[in-house]
Ligand binder design. Structure first.
Ligand code: ZN
Length: 105
């Protein structure tokens, strides 16, 4: 999917059409997006489970999707972020479309 680097869009904060820069957000990993999710390092530390034997409050088996479910999807949905050049605020797209990769030209 080829996209331009900048477009004119409606800014919900300025309430008028301004130029926006487009960026595709990438998944940063569970430890960054959900810092206190089950089995994450900060949560284990907060619960005081760093000592002793065992798997420190994590699940003994991996998530079911990783070993039981096949037919994995080949593409990912885009997660575009539009940054207004006038106010500098960022807002997201309404709906993602499936593509293998996003190219900015
Ligand atoms: Zn704006």
């Amino acid at each position: 999917m080829k996209l331009p680097k900048t477009t004119k869009r409606l800014c919900p904060y300025c309430k008028k059409h301004t130029t926006h820069t487009i960026k595709n957000q990438t998944f940063k990993g569970l430890n960054k997006t959900h810092t206190m999710s089950r089995g994450s390092k900060p949560r284990v530390k907060a619960r005081g489970l760093r000592r002793g034997t065992g798997n420190l409050g994590r699940f003994s088996k991996k998530a079911m999707g990783s070993w039981k479910r096949y037919g994995k999807k080949q593409t990912k949905k885009t997660d575009l972020r539009y940054t207004c050049k006038e106010c500098g605020k960022t807002h997201m797209q309404k709906k993602g479309t499936r593509t293998k990769r996003v190219e900015f030209t």
